[in-house]
Design a protein around this ligand. Structure first.
Ligand code: TMP
Ligand code: ASP
Length: 237
């Protein structure tokens, strides 16, 4: 497979066109940003770790019936994926209060929610990715009603599958962010990444944070936490 021109460069990944129709290559970077790009840094080895964790979890989800963009891992930092049009929504699923939910609703971090919370943010860096609801999504034409129903169903299923799976390696899935895309033949699939950049992972026994909050909040041992998650999920760091 030949990597052709770069289509898009995001904060943590680059996306390239390829010589194969309907296939892109995603290349993961070590660059890290937080707070809509206001905080910048680099986490050594993060690109390789997030690529491999994402692929591992996407393959697990595919086996459980969730369609994903995953095609084939090409190297430690590069993966072939189905070409999609990304739906401009960040879908956030929460089981335990943390981060912006705790701030907005005055809930102590670590409070178990009585039921799962599903949130949508409109992917617009210039607006700071504002929270939107189903009627905004419909009114702005961000997704069709059918797409939104599928997105909700898949997101809740991903939460069930990943929570059970991660619990087996001593990780509590606190919350996470998903993105979906539509392939050239019109299929809605899970896209983007599922990694310590996009999930909150807490050690079940100690409550230690094993995710990007270590970078966001200057907690130290950032690389070590990413390696720890990789080790627990793939048996190698
Ligand atoms: P939040 O509590 O800051 O809203 O974050 C909720 C979840 O979404 C958390 O697991 C981190 C993830 N997330 C992203 O993946 N990208 C983002 O830009 C933000 C703000 C959060
Ligand atoms: N990656 C996002 C940014 O740079 C936010 C985050 O993950 O906290 O703004």
């Amino acid at each position: 497979m030949q990597k052709l021109s770069m289509l898009y460069e995001g904060k943590a990944k680059r996306v390239y066109e390829t010589d194969i129709k309907g296939v892109y290559i995603v290349s993961y970077k070590d660059d890290a940003t937080a707070f809509n790009g206001k905080k910048r840094g680099s986490i050594s080895g993060k690109g390789a770790i997030n690529n491999q964790i994402t692929n591992h979890l996407m393959q697990l989800l595919a086996k459980e019936g969730i369609p994903t963009h995953f095609v084939q891992q090409l190297s430690e930092t590069e993966t072939a994926v189905k070409a999609v049009r990304i739906i401009p929504l960040e879908v956030i699923v929460r089981s335990i209060a943390a981060g912006s939910l705790s701030q907005r609703l005055g809930l102590e971090e670590g409070t178990r929610l009585a039921s799962t919370v599903l949130e949508f943010c409109y992917k617009r860096d210039d607006l700071g990715d504002p929270l939107v609801n189903s009627s905004h999504i419909k009114a702005l034409g961000l997704a069709t009603e059918e797409e939104l129903e599928l997105i909700k169903r898949y997101s809740l299923a991903v939460n069930d599958i990943l929570s059970d799976y991660l619990a087996k390696v001593g990780i509590a899935l606190i919350d996470f962010k998903l993105e979906f895309g539509v392939t050239e033949d019109g299929m809605l699939v899970l896209a983007d990444e599922i990694s310590p950049d996009t999930c909150r992972f807490w050690d079940v026994k100690t409550g230690r944070k094993l995710d990007k909050d270590r970078f966001r909040r200057d907690l130290g041992d950032v690389e070590e936490a990413y390696h720890e998650v990789m080790q627990r999920l793939l048996g190698r760091s």
